[in-house]
Design a protein. Structure first.
Ligand code: SF4
Length: 182
């Protein structure tokens, strides 16, 4: 088991990918907020429809305990360009590349001897219809990433505190993920 991330090796690794910015965070500094999950419940049509969303991810307390179990996290963004920022379909299509990138970051950390847990963007859409809707276990638990919001993580607060970019303007999108590790 590794106990400390080798930053030089990590930077060599991420140089192959379009990671825009990253920070290594201590999970003890992260806050989880019920208000984020209230937004999920009130405003997201995917609420209650996948294993990656509340309430399937567990109570806020269970999510917080899960986060704190991992001592540190890589929080990062990738940038995508679209021809029209108002075109939701086009915007969502750029998400797949970010999800692949997120999987690659987690794989790197695992290779380095860490246990990982990944929180990423939006809900899971690996399967056409989530097994959750049929009362069955997740079909791809090793590939599925719950979204950051499902665990009450306030992305905008982290971005502000860490002095990262939240919005680059124009027809660009920033996607965020967090790979927790210990
Ligand atoms: S991998 Fe399939 S079953 Fe698992 S959360 Fe995603 S959509 Fe649902």
């Amino acid at each position: 088991m590794a106990d400390k991330l080798n930053i030089e090796r990590f930077e060599d690794f991420i140089a192959q990918y379009p990671i825009f910015e990253y920070r290594i965070l201590n999970t003890s500094d992260l806050t989880v907020e019920d208000r984020v999950r209230i937004v999920c419940q009130q405003e997201c049509e995917r609420y209650g429809s996948t294993w990656a969303c509340p309430p399937a991810v567990g109570t806020l307390k269970e999510c917080e305990d899960r986060i704190r179990k991992y001592g540190q996290a890589v929080f990062f963004s990738s940038v995508a360009e679209v021809s029209d920022i108002m075109n939701m379909q086009e915007m969502l299509e750029t998400r797949d590349a970010h999800e692949e990138l997120t999987t690659a970051v987690a794989a790197f950390l695992k290779e380095q001897g860490f246990e990982t847990f990944t929180l990423s963007t939006e809900s899971c859409d690996i399967c056409e219809e989530c097994a959750y809707l049929h009362g069955q276990p997740c079909r791809h638990p090793d590939r599925m990433h719950p979204c950051l919001e499902s665990h009450g993580v306030v992305v905008s607060e982290i971005v502000e505190k860490e002095q990262m970019e939240y919005n680059l303007g124009g027809n660009t999108i920033l996607w965020f993920s967090m790979v927790l590790f210990q």
